[in-house]
Write a protein that binds this ligand. Structure first.
Ligand code: 0L1
Ligand code: MG
Length: 256
């Protein structure tokens, strides 16, 4: 049996991102399943690498109930981060470069020495050199931000851009830190790092396990976005966004 046209799907999603133009869902019409969707995500990454981008990390998606409920998909997923997606802390993004951007507050890890595939993380402080507050800017390439599980995986889990705040050494507890998302000085979302799989450290175990199933091994020096602590909020032109994570500090982004 001939499978879905993974390269064609990646091209369609890549063009949608490059031109900030939404596309229709693809999985139902192409028979895309989860494995083929990760293959399409890899082809989408290849498209970026071929134009000179560098793979710098991995992100987890749908690690909280709030996020799952927001998009109607209830499985933890993962995607790829490249250097071009990174916006400096306090930097500005052009809303017009995206289709329907949303922002969400996250916790980022700077990876250090990771266990061999299949091995559990022994000492978290050996596996993670530093932690930081972060903002993820997501932008589904599908019309109306509506998709199935394989659709969103192929679309690199809606990854678009990200901001990392100041790195700090790993604090004693990460499992119940208060999280705020502020837009223009007003609180837009309130949460806790407990919303991220009960403890964001668990997201790293899941990332190693789930990416490993598709032959992807996390690397020392990579950034790892553990997931959002709250639902995502639409990003409007002119907005000033702050993600505040207790003990870790603040990451900021402006939209033009
Ligand atoms: O980072 C995320 O949790 C996004 C996962 C994909 C679903 C969405 O676009 O919200
Ligand atoms: Mg996210």
């Amino acid at each position: 049996m001939i499978g879905p046209d993974v390269a064609g799907i990646a091209e369609r999603l890549g063009l949608a991102a490059d031109t900030a133009t939404a596309t229709g869902q693809l999985a139902a019409e192409t028979g895309l399943d989860v494995d083929a969707a990760y293959a399409a995500q890899t082809a989408l990454l290849r498209r970026r690498l071929d134009r000179g981008e560098r793979l710098v990390g991995l992100k987890m998606g749908l690690t909280s109930r709030a996020k799952m409920a927001q998009v109607g998909v209830d499985e933890v997923i993962w995607g790829r981060l490249t250097d071009v997606m990174r916006v400096p802390d306090g930097g500005t993004v052009d809303v017009g470069a995206y289709i329907h951007p949303r922002v969400e507050p996250e916790v980022a890890f700077l990876l250090d020495r990771l266990p061999a595939p299949g091995e559990p993380i022994g000492d978290f402080r050996e596996a993670v050199r530093a932690v930081a507050p972060a903002i993820e800017l997501i932008d589904s390439r599908y019309a109306d931000f509506t998709f199935s599980l394989p659709d969103v995986i192929a679309d690199n889990t809606s990854a678009a851009s990200f901001v990392i705040g100041p790195w700090s050494p790993v604090p004693d507890g990460l499992e119940n830190l208060g999280v705020l998302l502020e837009i223009d000085g007003r609180v837009a979302q309130v949460g806790s790092t407990a919303a991220i799989l009960g403890d964001p450290r668990r997201a790293l175990d899941e990332g190693i396990r789930l990416a490993g199933r598709h032959g992807v091994r996390l690397r020392e020096g990579w950034v790892f976005l553990a997931g959002a602590a709250t639902a995502a909020v639409p990003l409007r032109p002119g907005a000033h966004v702050r993600a505040v994570v207790e003990k870790l500090g603040t990451a900021t982004l402006r939209a033009s």
